[in-house]
Design a protein around this ligand. Structure first.
Ligand code: HEC
Length: 125
């Protein structure tokens, strides 16, 4: 009996981080949806629609692929999310159909933007 309890305890310990990740994923998806990010962004890279147009904004797994591990990426992207991107120096030219991202500071707080960017940067393809 003692051994069974041990095994259960160990199994729970191993499973706990996975549950934490799932809860985090759901919270971040809800935040993105509430803040209107989903209008222009998908999480996974999507195939072009029937009209052949690229998505409006880059898929967030692609953003992670581009910036993850780069020093200062989290702060840099948080600023862009809050203040918008520069249409004259697009970072995703030719890969997305949107010319620039409008400022989102009206839709999301700085702390939430930072948390969302942190989560985006950890996404895996
Ligand atoms: C109206 C459409 C639109 C909305 C709404 C929008 N984005 Fe964007 N986003 C874009 C476009 C277009 C780009 C590509 C900008 C570029 O080419 O430099 C982009 C780029 C980004 C990037 C990468 C920036 C870079 O310079 O590489 C991140 C991160 C991002 N968006 C996060 C968000 C988050 C988080 C939200 C919600 C709070 C959001 N976006 C809402 C259109 C949008």
């Amino acid at each position: 009996m003692k051994q069974v309890m041990m095994i259960t305890a160990v199994a729970l310990l191993i499973a706990a981080p996975a549950y934490a990740d799932l809860a985090q994923d759901e919270a971040m998806k809800a935040l993105a949806s509430k803040s209107g990010c989903n209008t222009c962004h998908g999480i996974e890279a999507a195939k072009p629609g029937p009209d052949g147009l690229a998505p409006i904004g880059p898929a967030w797994v692609d953003v992670a692929g581009q910036y993850a591990g780069k020093p200062g990426a989290s702060e840099f992207l948080t600023r862009i999310v809050l203040e918008g991107s520069n249409p004259y120096s697009s970072h995703w030219k030719g890969k997305v159909s949107g010319l620039a991202m409008p400022p989102n500071a009206v839709a999301i707080t700085e702390a939430d933007a930072r948390a969302l960017v942190h989560w985006i940067l950890a996404l895996k393809k």
